[in-house]
Design a protein. Structure first.
Length: 367
């Protein structure tokens, strides 16, 4: 199934009278325009005017392209849950022939999407597949304080059976660990001072074992260098034991991990060091868990950073009604589409090519 098959399930939110422009025509226009680099409603309108003949290869556009206000009103009126579900259905189709994967869940606030009615900006929770390089799904949260509840909703939305779920420290919560295990998945969770007792017990356990029985420690080290900076990461792993009394309260917990990150810059040569602690339901396998931790850090670079740089997402002022949320869904959908072609070009180059080349745009959207 292609884009049109999945999104044709969306309900037209308008009344039956005085409907001039076809609903799916406008949704298709919006997705194609965003894939081609459009950043706002006027850009979408302009893309439609310039590419009307290409668009008519796939949809009728009997009355041409509506004004930008009409496009905005219609996209705002779509129920965000249904828009997101159409997106998830498409992603699950791409995934269905694939094996187990790691899914990293992280949140991002769109700075300029602030709404007085809610007293906060739109905070979007994204699930990113390491293996596929695809955004699995997303949901909204009215501010970071509500992020835990949104993550639980996201975990119910996705088929995570057999997957490995990683989250940041904010979402390291017992109820989230319970949900992950109950859905047949495993977890790697970062532990910071929001769980001070657990963190202190883990740190003390590593200190004791290092002193008394260091042979029980599994170790792994990796080094990255580039852009005038070198980072060394040293992983140490232990099986959760009776010294960590808090572990009894975390369903499925088997392994604890310590990560020391040591950074050097060419300017100063002085090292900076920091330690992080993690818990996991995976059996001890230090190299695999190290890879999962490293992959979670990639969310910032491969999702949030690309959206900021490529789509100027943080500067987006599409915010009235549910417009911001629906456009976030479309942007992430566009990002997934652009990742699928095998060319090694960066994301900005692919979107430029989609704007210029009708053939490449068709390849992105229809495969």
């Amino acid at each position: 199934m292609c884009f049109i098959d999945h999104f044709s399930a969306l309900d037209d939110p308008r009344k039956d009278i005085n409907i001039r422009y076809d609903f799916l025509d406008i949704v298709f226009l919006t997705v194609c325009a965003v894939v081609s680099g459009a950043e706002g409603w006027k850009d979408i309108k302009q893309f439609g005017d310039e590419k009307i003949e290409w668009l008519r290869q796939y949809r009728a556009y009997q009355h041409g392209i509506p004004v930008d206000d009409t496009i905005a009103r219609l996209i705002r009126a779509i129920e965000p849950e249904k828009m997101n579900q159409a997106f998830i259905d498409w992603v699950n189709e791409v995934r269905q022939e694939q094996g187990h994967e790691q899914i990293a869940i992280d949140g991002k606030t769109l700075r300029h999407s602030y709404q007085d009615d809610y007293g906060s900006a739109l905070h979007s929770i994204t699930a990113w597949s390491k293996q596929q390089g695809l955004i699995q799904a997303q949901t909204k949260s009215l501010g970071k304080k509500n992020e835990n509840a949104s993550v639980l909703v996201l975990l119910d939305t996705l088929n995570i059976n057999g997957a490995l779920i990683s989250v940041d420290a904010m979402n390291t919560q017992k109820k989230i660990a319970d949900k992950i295990i109950s859905r047949g998945a495993d977890y790697v969770l970062c532990v910071k001072n929001n769980h001070r007792e657990l963190r202190n017990e883990i740190a003390a356990c590593f200190t004791k074992v290092s002193r008394d029985t260091p042979e029980y420690l599994a170790r792994y080290e990796e080094t990255d260098a580039g852009h005038g900076r070198t980072e060394v990461r040293r992983y140490r792993q232990l099986r959760a034991n009776e010294w960590i009394t808090e572990s009894a309260h975390w369903q499925g917990l088997q392994t604890v991990i310590e990560v020391e990150r040591e950074r050097y810059t060419s300017k100063t040569g002085e090292p900076s060091r920091e330690k992080h602690y993690y818990i996991s339901s995976l059996p001890p396998d230090v190299k695999r868990i190290a890879g999962a931790i490293r992959s979670h850090w990639e969310v910032e670079n491969k999702v949030h950073w690309v959206l900021d740089v490529t789509f100027n997402e943080d500067d987006s002022r599409i915010r009235a009604g549910d417009g911001a949320e629906n456009v976030v869904v479309i942007r992430r959908f566009a990002l997934d589409l652009a990742r699928l072609p095998p060319q090694k070009d960066n994301m900005r180059s692919k979107l430029k090519q989609a704007g210029w080349s009708d053939k490449f745009r068709s390849e992105i959207i229809f495969g």
